[in-house]
Design a protein around this ligand. Structure first.
Ligand code: NAD
Length: 335
């Protein structure tokens, strides 16, 4: 059966890695039809809006989107379209796997297989209470944690463990200092963990977690944490296994899900054919899992691994001399 998904090409390297990803998906013949929609700077230029209604309608209709990165100006200017999409569709679970891959010149070419489950709608990212005094000397920001938000993300992590045969969930927090917000998250996490006695649960303070991840990443299986900590930790995990070019992310809600690469628009290499398409391809593998095509997801991941093993047309970030499309073609030849 053919399924229609919304495809957002995005900014910077976005169109290049999306072309490469769709090339591989087409070679796999997985029965996907693409409905293109604009968001980000491209949408602003074409439609005068960063997030046009037609794009929202397309995601709502199809419930599944594959999205390339979108530009967000640092410090000032418009606020993040990624954060906006997560808010509008209540995409509360951000699921970011980091796994060792061969020939990636990483610190840990084997032994890392950790999934960060990041709360995606609360914490420091709610965009409320951000003020700065006129003299520019004092800035504030509000963090909000709720029982409902904490409960559903921790449940998501434990259900993920149960459904994928994973053995351990680590709850990452800073409840020793952030006693109300992180404290509530930890309290609720303990209650939820008690409902899953077959899955080991441990607690770790976020600063120690960062050190432990760098020293002994093999001790982690699934990490569940609040928004800001999850954002930082998942990039750290990506770094452990060879960089952002290999790190995918899924944003999952009750009514919609958006799959993407963890990395941004990489303006320093945009338009040069140097971008590694693997992160978005691995995002597509998460999408295939999500829509009930786990065999195709495995086929895609195996083709990526085989291509890395053969060092066939790898992009420069992996030490190769291939380009975005030649790397994709090498992967497509193995699906
Ligand atoms: P970035 O992830 O774009 O780039 C960081 C570094 O990693 C750069 O050196 C870049 O060349 C490299 N890199 C990233 N992806 C790569 C790939 N596929 N292949 C090879 N190298 C790759 O981070 P940044 O420079 O901090 O952000 C640039 C823009 O992207 C900003 O506007 C930011 O807001 C946006 N951003 C968007 C998303 C998203 O849409 N989900 C995520 C993060 C950042």
């Amino acid at each position: 059966m053919t399924q229609t998904i919304t495809v957002i090409r995005g900014d910077g390297i976005g169109p290049e890695i999306m072309d490469a990803t769709l090339y591989v998906l087409d070679a796999m013949d997985v029965g996907l039809r693409y409905e293109e929609a604009d968001a980000g700077l491209v949408a602003l230029e074409k439609h005068g809006e960063l997030l046009p209604q037609a794009t929202m309608d397309s995601i709502r209709r199809n419930a599944i989107a594959l999205k390339s990165p979108l530009t967000t100006p640092v410090g000032e200017g418009f606020s993040s379209i990624n954060v906006e999409l997560r808010k509008r569709f209540d995409l509360y679970a951000n699921v970011r796997p980091a796994k060792s891959f061969p020939n990636t010149k990483s610190r840990f070419p084997s032994g890392v297989d950790v999934i960060t489950v990041r709360e995606n709608t609360e914490g420091a990212y709610i965009g409320e209470g951000q003020t700065i005094t006129e003299d520019g000397e004092t800035a504030t920001l509000m963090q909000k944690i709720t029982r409902k938000g904490s409960e559903r993300i921790v449940r998501y992590a434990f259900e993920l463990a149960r459904n994928t045969g994973r053995k351990k969930v680590t709850v990452v927090h800073k409840a020793n200092i952030l006693k109300t917000t992180s404290g509530l998250f930890l309290k609720v996490a303990r209650e939820v963990a008690a409902l899953y006695p077959e899955i080991e649960c441990n607690e770790m303070i976020v600063d120690n977690t960062c050190m432990q991840l760098v020293m002994r990443p093999e001790q982690f299986d699934i990490i569940v944490t609040t928004n800001l900590f999850g954002d930082i930790i998942s990039d750290l995990c990506a770094g452990l296994v060879g960089g952002l070019g290999l790190a995918p992310g899924a944003n999952i809600g009750k009514d919609a899900a958006i799959f993407e690469a963890v990395h941004g628009t990489a303006p320093d290499i945009a338009g040069q054919g140097k971008a590694n398409p693997c992160a978005l391809l691995l995002g597509a593998a998460q999408l295939l899992d999500h829509i009930g095509k786990p065999d195709d997801a495995t086929r895609l991941r195996k083709a990526i691994i085989a291509t890395l093993e053969a060092q066939d047309n790898l992009t420069p970030d992996l030490g190769g001399s291939g380009n975005t499309m030649s790397f994709a073609k090498a992967i497509a030849s193995r699906v």
